[in-house]
Design a protein around this ligand. Structure first.
Ligand SMILES: [Zn+2]
Length: 317
């Protein structure tokens, strides 16, 4: 599926080696676990640091989508530095999950806001701008009756309400789409219009069923709607592999066909559960009947998703 693949240390064949961004050999060894994979256009994938991290590079600087797990922050920063020595301008978070926002503090601190208005909404100051849906700020700052789940230095500095936000970075439009409550109530899809890459966060995963946080406003039908939004954004290349590239929350780089397959699987599972509910089956009976059995080998434990689907469908009908 993926045609362009490289290992850390050889990020791209088209970029001339520069003494500025060539890491010392020791540094390279240290970051061996995190792989740099060219995706398309200006966008790269950093794999192996928790959730997938997308990196857009260009003359203006660096834009990151998600920052991986906290313990790997320094390695992530060192790996980003193998791609570009420009300042980190923007961090976009696709949700408030720990393996997506864990590096925010370290990476934002290492960055610099725009001072010259080259990026839309840019302003002078220390640290990168952290952009996410308002639901992410709420989840990180003040869960009801509990201490904040993340240090304030990691919080979004620019939290958007509503269903979309536009950025302009490195000569391309970047669209943030909030498809409504999906895995949580603060999910964003990130669409790089010129590079033609969609970063999906956990709405789409190559390695697991959707992890639906009902307690955090997540919804099974919302995930289905989110998957359909991704399919709306992507355009396949003449019945072949390729076209719009898709970076899932976890797992390998994908394209529209992979998302369609996943959406169809979720739809089939929904129909099966719906049918079982119509027959009067309890949640325990539905679980025992294993409506996901033919997919469990690939996607693992379906319990969370089955429970979310059961509750929603039985409530709704
Ligand atoms: Zn995740």
């Amino acid at each position: 599926m993926l045609k362009l693949q490289g290992k850390a240390g050889t990020p791209s064949t088209s970029r001339p080696a520069s003494p500025l961004n060539a890491p010392a050999p020791k540094e390279r060894d240290r970051t061996d676990e995190i792989q740099i994979l060219p995706v398309q256009g200006n966008v790269y994938l950093l794999a192996g640091a928790g959730a997938n991290i997308a990196v857009q590079i260009g003359d203006d600087g660096i834009l990151l989508v998600d920052t991986g797990s906290a313990p790997l922050s320094d390695k992530v920063l060192a790996t980003v530095r193998q791609l570009s020595n420009k300042p980190i301008r923007y961090i976009v978070n696709t949700s408030a999950r720990q393996d997506h926002i864990g590096g925010n503090e370290v990476l934002a601190k290492a960055g610099t806001k725009m001072g010259g208005g080259i990026l839309v909404g840019g302003y002078a100051g220390d640290g990168a701008m952290v952009v996410a849906h308002l639901g992410v700020l709420k989840a990180m700052s003040a869960p009801t009756g509990k201490p904040a789940s993340a240090p304030s230095a990691a919080w979004p500095t620019d939290a958007y309400p509503g269903d979309s936000k536009e950025l302009y970075a490195n000569a391309e439009g970047v669209e943030l789409v909030h498809p409504g409550a999906a895995n949580t109530d603060g999910d964003s899809l990130v669409y790089f219009r010129r590079s033609d890459v969609v970063v999906t966060g956990d709405i789409f995963s190559m390695t697991s069923y959707p992890v639906i946080d009902i307690d955090k406003g997540g919804s099974f039908t919302g995930v289905l709607a989110g998957l359909n939004r991704i399919i709306d954004l992507t355009i396949p290349k003449d019945w072949q592999e390729g076209g719009t590239m898709v970076i899932p929350g976890h797992g390998r780089i994908a394209d529209e066909a992979d998302v369609v397959e996943y959406r169809d699987m979720i739809t089939i599972i929904r129909d099966r559960i719906q049918d079982m509910i119509r027959k009067g089956m309890s949640l325990e009976q539905v679980k025992a009947a294993r409506p996901t059995r033919d997919y469990d080998g690939r996607y693992g434990d379906p319990t969370l998703m089955t429970e979310a689907a059961y509750r929603e469908i039985s409530r709704g009908r």
